[in-house]
Write a protein that binds this ligand. Structure first.
Ligand code: ZN
Length: 333
């Protein structure tokens, strides 16, 4: 048993309370490579932002659970080396699929876990969430739960259709489970293809898809039921069209990739939404930078040559999200 406290990590409790009060959101960036980890730490140190580094089941499979845990520990030390005296870094399990997965993360140094029982019947979701909360709270680890179903694909999490969170359920669910934060479904979606073209309108000039707006009425109804309770948005990449264009003009094929417009996320960040998950945008930044690099330097084969601009581009993206979308810059300490 390794406590996250020994690793210099923090849980989300105080971080979320401040974010809800202050009208901003904490970035939750997924990572599974060293370059992503470095870019996340550099961006959060330079902007003085708290940050959640999150790992999905697929990431654990890709990188190895032990390595990822040591990378998070390394992230704390790296932040200090970069001049941040008291880093606020959370190591979070994204989409925990069972009590056992959550327990193994808690036992190996995670400071926060998500138990995703959203695909289960309501009472079963409550039962598994409650079991995780009881175990996690023994070690002061915070727990995110989910009500409502998001569409899209994220690693092994896949749903054909979304179902908005039912505001009438949130009081009962949060009280009976004791969860610390709640992921809700208001129209965000996993992946780089968040909406089918038939769900969107098309800009007549650019030909780009314009996605349907988020269901802010559902968010407002949830906030009225649970004033001040930390709300989480998954699937909140914006799928920057400049990256899609670079990828598509340099050998890639991502037709009609579309995300959540940043002005809608900016609006959400000012509400009780205190954690916004961003994964696809960093994948797109990395891929665009690498494709561009190879187009300009076909003779390169040293990974450092193309991973350096990839890392720089991800850092730029993370800083942009922190400063211009979430508003978590300058909130350390
Ligand atoms: Zn998710």
């Amino acid at each position: 048993m390794v406590s996250y406290k020994e690793l210099g990590l923090v849980n989300t409790r105080e971080m979320f309370a401040k974010a809800v009060k202050g009208g901003y959101a904490i970035p939750a960036f997924n990572f599974n490579t060293m370059e992503q980890m470095q870019a996340i730490v550099q961006a959060s140190v330079e902007t003085k932002s708290p940050v959640i580094m999150q790992v999905s089941k697929g990431a654990r499979k890709y990188a190895n659970p032990t390595i990822l845990r040591y990378m998070a520990q390394g992230a704390v030390e790296y932040a200090k080396e970069l001049g941040c005296e008291k880093p606020e870094i959370v190591l979070h399990l994204d989409h925990g699929d069972s009590f056992e997965t959550c327990k193994s993360c808690i036992d190996s140094g995670f400071s926060s876990v998500m138990i995703d029982g959203s695909s289960l019947p309501y009472e079963e979701n409550i039962a598994v969430t409650k079991k995780v909360v009881e175990y996690a709270h023994r070690y002061d680890v915070t727990v995110e739960a989910e009500l409502g179903v998001l569409a899209g694909v994220e690693d092994e999490v896949e749903a054909e259709e979304s179902h908005y969170t039912k505001p009438e359920e949130v009081i009962d669910f949060s009280t009976r489970t004791g969860c610390d934060s709640l992921a809700i479904s208001i129209g965000t979606s996993h992946g780089a293809y968040k909406f089918k073209p038939e769900q969107c309108t098309r800009d007549p000039e650019t030909g780009l898809l314009i996605p349907p707006p988020l269901a802010f009425d559902v968010l407002e109804a949830v906030e009225q039921k649970l004033p001040g309770f930390p709300i989480v948005l998954h699937g909140s990449s914006s799928v920057p069209q400049e990256y899609v264009k670079i990828i598509n003009t340099h050998g890639g094929k991502l037709p009609d990739a579309v995300g959540i417009p940043e002005e809608q996320l900016r609006k959400a960040a000012k509400s009780a939404v205190c954690k916004i998950n961003i994964d696809s945008d960093s994948r797109l930044a990395m891929t665009a930078a690498i494709r561009l690099h190879f187009a300009e330097h076909p003779e390169h084969f040293d990974p450092r040559q193309y991973l350096t601009p990839a890392r720089d581009e991800m850092k730029k993206l993370y800083m942009h999200k922190i400063v211009n979308v979430l508003g978590s810059d300058g909130k350390l300490g």
